[in-house]
Design a protein around this ligand. Structure first.
Ligand code: 5RP
Length: 245
């Protein structure tokens, strides 16, 4: 699978999502994080009337994307009613439930998604599960935790049935764990393939653990997903989700 093909499919999905979902009346736009959203920001930056938009970031990276594309930067404290938000995903199930947080930005991404009237997912073909979450994405569900809770939360996760749970390491760039934009840690917890009707239940158990700030499960957020395919086509999927605003 060539990198070029993957990039092409990300761009296809992102451009189509922006073209079809930014309405004339929209003013406040949420901008997600990751490598697919780079193309969302690029397309937003090409719009003739881009000065009218205020873009709400979901991470440091997303803030840079907004500025680099000549878009106006806002914040979610001032603009807590977002017309439409675009974001990537690590995996998408057939109900459009998502695993997110591969880039450690899940908390702010969820804050923006939950403040948005419409939440649109953009992804390449590798992210679409044939059915359940945990099919292709085997790294585990990212969970943001307060730093001094991580030992306790790791134990709790095994009690809840995790096959594995590990504190995400920063790798070569820094000795020690990944530190999120909020100063927290990330645990990746693998629960195997999660049946469609069990995602919400598991998410509710995780969020109740003391120390957990947010989980990377996005249940009932996305109403549309644009997936760029290998052959240059786009799959667009829709579901109805409860109104948030
Ligand atoms: O949740 C995320 C960051 O926390 C990203 O949206 C997710 O990891 C997808 O990223 P990419 O578009 O690079 O595949």
């Amino acid at each position: 699978m060539s990198e070029e093909l993957i990039e092409k499919s990300k761009k296809l999905a992102a451009f189509a999502a922006v073209n079809e979902n930014v309405l004339k009346s929209d003013r406040i736009i949420g901008v997600g994080s990751g490598s697919t959203v780079v193309y969302v920001a690029e397309r937003l930056g090409q719009l003739e009337d881009k000065e009218k938009f205020i873009c709400i970031p979901t991470s440091f990276q997303s803030k840079q994307l907004i500025l680099d594309n000549g878009l106006r930067l806002g914040n979610v404290e001032e603009f807590d009613e977002i017309d439409v938000a675009f974001d990537g995903a690590d995996e998408i199930d057939t109900n459009l439930n998502l695993i997110k947080g591969g880039g450690a930005a899940l908390y702010q991404e969820k804050l923006v998604a939950s403040s948005s009237r419409k939440f649109i997912v953009v992804a390449d073909f590798r992210k679409q599960s044939p059915e359940k979450l945990g099919h292709f994405w085997r790294k585990g569900v990212p969970i943001e935790v307060v730093p001094n809770s991580y030992v306790k939360v790791l134990k709790d996760l095994f009690k809840l049935g995790a096959n594995s749970a590990t504190l995400r390491d920063a790798g070569k760039a820094k000795a020690g764990p990944v530190v999120t934009d909020n100063g927290n840690f990330i645990i990746d917890a693998d629960f195997g393939e999660i049946p469609l009707n069990k995602v919400k239940e598991l998410d509710e158990k995780l969020i109740r653990l003391v120390g957990v700030v947010e989980t990377g499960f996005f249940v009932d957020y996305a109403e549309k997903a644009y997936i760029g395919n290998e052959d240059g086509s786009i799959t667009s999927l829709s579901v109805s989700v409860p109104a948030r605003l």
